[in-house]
Design a protein around this ligand. Sequence first.
Ligand code: P53
Length: 479
Amino acid sequence: MTKNEFPKGFLWGGAVAAHQLEGGWNKGGKGVSVADVMTAGANGVPREITKGVIPGKNYPNHEAIDFYDHYKEDIALFAEMGFKCFRTSIAWTRIFPNGDDAEPNEEGLKFYDDLFDECHKYGIEPVITLSHFEMPYHLVEEYGGFENRKVIDFFVKFAVTCFKRYKNKVKYWMTFNEIDNQSAFNNDFLMCTNSGLLLGKDSKDNEARMYQAAHYEVVASALAVKEGHKINPDFKIGTMINYTPVYPATPAPEDVLLAQRVDQRRNWFSDVQVWGEYPKNVEAYIEREGFRPDITEEDRIVLKEGTVDYVGFSYYQSMAVSAKNVAPDDLDDVFKALTDNPFLKKSDWDWPIDPVGLRYSLNLLTDRYHVPLFIVENGLGAVDKVEKDGSIHDPYRIDYLRSHLEEVRKAVVLDGVDLMGYTPWGCIDLVSAGTGQMSKRYGFIYVDKDDEGKGTMERSRKDSFYWYQKVIKTNGSDL
Ligand code: P53
């Protein structure tokens, strides 16, 4: 490896999630997922979660960018950029439309067979998230989502069905996308997408509900890992967390302690999934607060038996916390601790931009977990302008990705971090998860569609497309 090159076989690619690009929400026997009952929000305006699909409302995921009917064309463009891998998810509702169906839906299974075949045609390795904010809505209505132990079995059945069907087509898996997002237990969107929990206006005990649901989820994940390794011992099955390093606002010891506490509250999910047991601080907190009444000895054994092979994570930003907002011992909702970091610029959606934080995270996760890492999301949501001649100049996106990749390279080359690959988020423009907008774009490939759902759906290459093509071609030595 020369000084500036990434390791041989490094998995360069891009990342998406089924519900954010496929569309075809009711095609091919697909059932309604939680993403199908979320309306379009805006910058700072949360998405509404409706009770079922209500006619006349704007549900941007229903059509999304119609990857369902465009995937061949889109994968050809990924291949043109030189992708070695492509991260997407399997929409649970294409396989089990209601979640509790006795038999899987063959048409849904066939869709992913074709999609994976199309990837392999170009030597692109699929990297698959099993559950990326796409739980069958029926499981929410009928069972209360992951608050119900029965949902573990439904998830495991879904996972095993996929593992068996695609055992020769998919090697890299992740169980739940950003499983740690639910640490924001007062956030309607994140609780619904992570665990199928509906909070409601007068909802009490959100924190207790989260710890119970999340426990069932880590058990479900461990069972899936265990079964997956039996089906194909070569599978690499990872966790997937939204890693956001936590900085103390100042060197005041209370700030430092608070930063540690916030990190503990957010990042225990992957601790359990990598170590096979809960960290002491979480056990103590749960005990003290009386959360998570249902945990069995058998669960603890399963957690030990189903530890993950790698840590996949998204990286967008860092956070800073101040004990002026909340004392370390009074911390419950981590959002209360947040403060501005005056050293960082922000995106148009107010996400602090912190490339060095990515190097810091790669080192921290390596020291903490001793397993390979995989950056499965990173990127800048921005408004793009199409010029009269059809070109799209997005130097801000190139700058963002370049500055992050420079830090990644240092982590790999100088610090010895074992990194499997890099898949920037939304390699093709898609529906924003947080806001439901099309105008918050991440792609190298532009899709002609606006927030009202209007446009030709035509795909075109942005400047960043050619930049990323060069990055891959030179294995990261020319950023
Ligand atoms: P968007 C924030 C809010 C919702 C989902 O986000 C998130 C995050 C980021 O921490 O997680 C991931 O679309 C997620 C993707 C999502 C991406 O971030 O709100 O895994 O599904 O699209 C970017 O700009």
